[in-house]
Write a protein that binds this ligand. Structure first.
Ligand SMILES: *Cc1c(COP(=O)(O)O)cnc(C)c1O
Length: 418
C-alpha cells in the first residue's frame, strides 16, 4: 500500500511546525534546559532508523536486520565513552528520567534509602519527589541548600548520610546555579559505604567542554540528558564504572524499556562527535561567561540572584526585591508577550506555591548557540527589566517584542534554514 497521497503532506501538522520554527527563532529562548540542536542531529533523528526494531544491545539483538543499527549504536557508545572517559556507556534511555530509573532499578531494591536534593531547593522530580516513581518506590531523604548562602551544605549531606545510611547518594541539580563538588560527594559516600550517582542532566555539555568539575572518575554512575547543554537530540545516557555495567544494561533492557530509539541514538552519536570538536570548549566557556554577565546585569536592575550569582549556565532570579507583587507566574506570562521565553521557578523557601513562585530560572545555552556574547546579555537584561516594569502596558511589551525579534534576527540559530 502506498502512503495516502491525499493527506500527505499533512499541512495541519507542518504549518504548526513552521509556526514553531518562527517562535523559536524570533524570540529569546532562555529556558535553561533547552538548546538548539544541529541540523546534522536533526537529520539523524528524522531518518529511516525510526523504522527499525532493535531490542537488545549491539550483536545481541532479538530481531534480524540490525547489522547497520549495531554499527550506529556502537559508534554512539564508543563516542560517549571517549568524550567522557567512561568505562561503559548505555545510550538507550529515551530521556533523562529513564536513565535515572534504570540506575535505581539496577542498583537498588524497593524501599532502599537514597539521599537526594529536595525538589524545591533545586533537585529533580526523579530525586525522590513524592509525586514521582522515585519517591513512591524508594525511601528518599532530602538534603537542602543552606539558609544563608543558599548553597548545598556538604556538612548537612554528611550528617544526613551518617544518620540514614543510604545505599545510594544522588548528586545533581535542575535549578541550582552553582557547581557541585564530585570529590566531596565521593568522600561522604565512602564514609557511609554508599554508591554515588551523579545526575549531570543539565551540565553534561559543561563537563564535556571543561567548564565543570568532572564527576566521571568519582561517581559509580553518571546519568545525563543529551538535549540540554550537550546540545544533542532529546534523550538520556548512563555512564558506569565497569563493575556496574551489566546491572545497568539489564535494568534498561529488558528491565525498563522496550525497543531503543535508534534514530535518536544516531543523533546522540552525531552530538557526541560535535562535542569533541575543539570549538565546543569555546562554546561551553561562552555559555558560562554569558550567564555570569547576564546575572550581574540583572542584579544591577534590582533583582536578587539566588546564592548571589552563578558559576554555570543558569541562574535563579528572586523577583521580590525588584517588585514585591510580581510572581514568577506573572513574570513568565509577561515575558512571553515580549518574545522572551523562560520558566517560573521556586526560590529556596519560597513563600508562594510551586505553581506561582517568587522566581524565574534563566539559562544561556540557546542564546550562546546563536552566537550571542556579553554585550547581548546586557541587552537581554535590559529587555527583561523593562518588560517587567511596564508589564501592564501592552504597547510597551509589543515594542520590546520587536526589539527582541531584531536581536534574534541578527543571531540566527539556523542561518541556512531548517
Ligand atoms: C532534565 C533533568 C532530568 C530529566 O530529563 P528528561 O529528559 O526531562 O526526562 C533528570 N535529572 C535532572 C537533574 C534534570 O535536570
Amino acid at each position: 500500500m502506498p502512503f495516502p497521497s491525499d493527506i500527505d503532506p499533512d499541512l495541519d501538522v507542518f504549518a504548526l511546525i513552521d509556526r514553531e520554527v518562527e517562535r523559536q527563532t524570533s524570540g529569546l529562548q532562555l529556558i535553561a534546559s533547552e538548546n538548539f540542536t544541529s541540523p546534522a542531529v536533526m537529520r539523524a533523528v528524522g531518518s529511516v532508523l525510526t523504522n527499525k526494531y532493535s531490542e537488545g544491545y549491539p550483536r545481541k539483538r532479538y530481531y534480524g536486520g540490525n547489522q547497520i543499527v549495531d554499527d550506529i549504536e556502537q559508534l554512539a557508545i564508543d563516542r560517549a565513552r571517549t568524550l567522557f572517559g567512561a568505562d561503559h556507556a548505555n545510550v538507550q534511555p529515551h530521556a533523562g528520567a529513564n536513565a535515572n530509573m534504570a540506575v535505581y532499578l539496577g542498583l537498588l531494591e524497593a524501599g532502599d534509602t537514597v539521599l537526594g536534593l529536595s525538589l524545591d531547593h533545586g533537585g529533580h522530580l526523579t530525586h525522590g519527589s513524592p509525586v514521582n516513581f522515585s519517591g513512591r518506590i524508594y525511601n528518599f531523604v532530602s538534603y537542602k541548600v543552606a539558609p544563608g548562602d543558599e548553597r548545598i551544605d556538604m556538612d548537612q549531606v554528611r550528617a544526613l548520610a551518617i544518620e540514614h545510611r543510604p545505599k545510594l547518594i544522588v548528586a545533581g541539580t535542575t535549578s541550582y546555579p552553582r557547581r557541585l563538588d564530585p570529590v566531596a560527594f565521593r568522600a561522604v559516600a565512602d564514609e557511609v559505604g554508599a554508591l554515588l550517582m551523579f545526575d549531570a542532566a543539565h551540565i553534561a555539555g559543561l563537563i564535556a567542554g571543561g567548564q565543570h568539575p568532572d564527576p566521571v572518575p568519582h561517581a559509580d554512575v553518571v546519568t545525563f540528558t543529551t538535549h540540554k547543554t550537550l546540545r544533542g537530540p532529546r534523550g538520556g545516557c548512563v555512564l558506569t564504572k565497569a563493575a556496574h555495567a551489566a546491572a545497568i544494561d539489564k535494568a534498561m533492557f529488558p528491565g525498563l524499556q522496550g525497543g531503543p530509539l535508534e534514530h535518536v541514538i544516531a543523533g546522540k552519536a552525531v552530538a557526541f562527535r560535535e562535542a569533541m570538536h575543539p570549538s565546543f570548549k569555546d562554546y561551553a566557556a561562552q555559555i558560562v561567561k554569558n550567564a555570569s554577565t547576564l546575572a550581574g546585569a540583572l542584579a544591577n536592575q534590582g533583582f536578587r540572584l539566588v546564592s548571589g550569582g552563578t558559576d554555570i549556565h543558569l541562574m535563579v532570579v528572586d523577583l521580590q526585591p525588584f517588585d514585591a507583587d510580581l510572581t514568577g507566574k506573572e513574570a513568565q506570562a509577561v515575558l512571553d508577550l515580549a518574545g522572551i521565553t523562560l520558566n517560573k521557578n521556586a526560590i529556596p523557601n519560597d513563600p508562594r506555591s510551586p505553581f506561582v513562585t517568587s522566581g524565574v530560572r534563566i539559562g544561556t545555552p540557546s542564546v550562546t548557540t546563536q552566537g550571542m556574547k556579553e554585550s547581548e546579555m546586557l541587552q537581554i537584561a535590559d529587555f527583561i527589566a523593562r518588560a517587567l516594569r511596564q508589564r501592564t502596558d501592552e504597547s510597551a511589551l509589543a515594542r520590546i517584542k520587536g526589539e527582541v525579534a531584531e536581536l534574534c534576527a541578527a543571531f540566527p540559530a539556523y542561518p541556512n534554514g531548517v
